[in-house]
Design a protein around this ligand. Structure first.
Ligand SMILES: [Zn+2]
Length: 359
């Protein structure tokens, strides 16, 4: 029998789960955005300002903790902050839409075109994030886990070259592709270190080697070693994020030393647990477009239960949620986690974690 674990703060709970250590209950985690238009109204912080003004970014981000009851605050709603600093043209959009890179105007054609600007970390769109993290750390102390985000080189290459030209390069010229990734990895490291210095407890590292576009073999050839290097050089737990069907590359991901993998609902919780074989934590995987966006709280709760029963270490949405998602559906996630643990699910969960630590 495992001893009951004394109550933890949200921050302790998240960090313990990322180390696959026992927790008082499963943490509710958003490694990507849970910003919604409803939360923007509550916080009086709207896109695009909430992506560009540190105070607004912090005000919107902290609603995941103060309004939804999650154990994490994640201020980097978009995937384009550092791409803006690299010189990509950005469509900043309005309250009801995500900012995007204007992919029709690529800024690079060849490896030599990639230059890392001296103001990478002081550019307003990167400094906004580090300043927001400092504000959040001051406001919330050690109560809650603050998660930053630094984009991986594969995603940065999509932004700089365009998705199709970069995928063609990967097909035609693997050597050149590796040179591109080697140059861009320094952006990932530098921006990650800046956020850690500002107070981030963990970092999400999205690198969109997505199931539909990139094979497991590509992952092994181009990204596995780079991802291991990120896990080694960034001194906080790293949560790798890749959308889509990824169960075929999870065994490789589990060997990189990444603390956790944030996985999509296209992968079942039980098969994903089997694929990582206890070598990294899993975060996920409530479906966004159907369940969180279009269904009701009962269906959200059913998906939370499927994750808890499978032993998933941190529960949350599979990816950045649609901006029109209801607060009611989001609040159903922590409610279902608490209900499951008070009904006795927690005891089994601890036991499960111990057996993984020993095995
Ligand atoms: Zn995603």
């Amino acid at each position: 029998m495992s001893q009951p674990i004394s109550p933890m703060t949200s921050r302790q709970r998240v960090l313990a789960a990322l180390r696959r250590e026992p927790v008082d209950r499963t943490p509710v985690c958003n490694p990507t955005s849970v910003a919604t238009v409803e939360l923007m109204d509550l916080a009086d912080a709207f896109f695009p300002e909430a992506n560009r003004i540190p105070e607004k970014m912090a005000n919107l981000a902290e609603t995941s903790y103060t309004e939804l009851g999650f154990d994490t605050i994640m201020p980097v709603f978009s995937i384009i902050q550092e791409s803006s600093a690299l010189g990509c043209k950005i469509q900043w959009e309005q309250k009801d839409n995500w900012p995007t890179v204007k992919m029709r105007e690529p800024i690079w054609r060849d490896v030599e075109d990639i230059r890392i600007p001296p103001d990478l970390l002081t550019h307003p769109d990167t400094a906004c994030v580090t300043e927001a993290i400092r504000i959040l750390r001051r406001r919330h102390g050690d109560e809650v886990a603050i998660i930053g985000k630094t984009m991986g080189p594969w995603s940065l290459a999509y932004h700089g070259f365009g998705v199709e030209p970069f995928l063609l390069m990967a097909l035609d010229d693997p050597g050149k592709t590796m040179q591109v990734l080697e140059r861009l990895k320094e952006v990932t490291i530098a921006y990650g270190l800046a956020q850690i210095e500002a107070g981030a407890d963990a970092l999400t590292l999205p690198d969109h080697a997505t199931g539909d576009l990139v094979s497991a073999d590509y992952y092994r050839r181009f990204l596995k070693e780079l991802h291991a290097e990120f896990a080694a050089r960034l001194p906080v737990p790293i949560i790798l994020h890749i959308c889509g069907r990824t169960v075929d590359r999870m065994p490789y991901i589990a060997e990189t030393g990444m603390a956790a993998f944030h996985f999509d609902s296209k992968n079942r919780p039980d098969e994903s647990m089997a694929a990582v074989c206890g070598h990294c934590a899993l975060v996920g995987n409530i479906n966004n477009p159907e369940t969180l966006f279009a269904r009701d709280p009962e269906q959200v709760e059913a998906e939370v239960l499927a994750n808890l029963e499978a032993g998933i270490h941190l529960v949350g949405p599979e990816c950045a949620i649609p901006l029109q998602t209801s607060i009611e559906n989001l609040r159903a996630i922590p409610r279902a986690v608490r209900a499951w643990h008070s009904a006795g699910g927690g005891a089994r969960c601890h036991h499960h974690d111990h057996s993984h630590n020993n095995g």
